[in-house]
Design a protein around this ligand. Sequence first.
Ligand code: SF4
Ligand code: SF4
Length: 162
Amino acid sequence: MVRFVREIRDTMWSILVGMRITGKYMGKRPVTQQYPDERWSLPDRFRGFVHNDVPRCTACKLCAKDCPVDCIYIEIEGKGKERQMTRYAIDYNKCIWCSLCTEHCPTNCITMSHDYDHSVYRRDRLVYEFVSEPVTPFKPPRPEKPAKAAKPTPDESSEKEA
Ligand code: SF4
Ligand code: SF4
């Protein structure tokens, strides 16, 4: 009999605790998000899928050298004016989202985007090809040389000495 009463008491107590938590949220707005129509706004430094803005890529391969898991594939053909990038691909099966590839890019064309929901059924679909046909790598404009200071005229030199 004592056990029966104790079980009723514990049950009532657990219902009360549960209802108290439920009551706390009764007057609040729902927090359920209608994904994918609604999405959280992500922090600026969120690391999503790596993106390369190919028109600004110089094909220098620094990103591929920095990548610790060798998941960036860059293929180049030709030399000099004939130089073309025939492949720029990232294998997201291997990517560890470390962001090292973005550290030394001379044109900042490779970035960690805010994309994160590229679900696929086959793993080979996670190898993203950024170049569909050969492209001429971007050549950044050379920085202008600072203008040489004009030599002082003989009059100016004599004024300084005085
Ligand atoms: S985020 Fe890291 S692992 Fe992924 S491509 Fe860049 S360097 Fe490689
Ligand atoms: S470091 Fe930047 S410019 Fe160089 S190959 Fe990679 S993405 Fe292109």
